[in-house]
Design a protein. Structure first.
Length: 71
């Protein structure tokens, strides 16, 4: 399960919660003040994985990038 980062709308604390993919913020409470006014943050982890798994040229790996394809 991925970690999602939340910010508390009451006290501003940032914390992480392990959730299923696509899960909402229902039931997520701030560990500091127990408020459920929490805002899910965009995951830096997810965006890092996305950029690492696809090369700039769209090929699945670096060796296929810019090789010309035919020898
Ligand atoms: Zn809080």
């Amino acid at each position: 399960m991925p970690l999602y980062e939340y910010t508390c709308g009451e006290c501003g604390r940032r914390f992480e919660v392990l959730q299923r993919v696509g899960a909402g913020s229902d039931g997520v409470a701030c560990p500091s003040c127990a408020s459920t006014k929490v805002v899910k943050q965009l995951s830096t982890f997810a965006s890092a994985v996305g950029s690492a798994s696809s090369m700039p040229c769209g090929a699945p790996n670096a060796s296929a990038c810019g090789s010309g394809g035919f020898s």
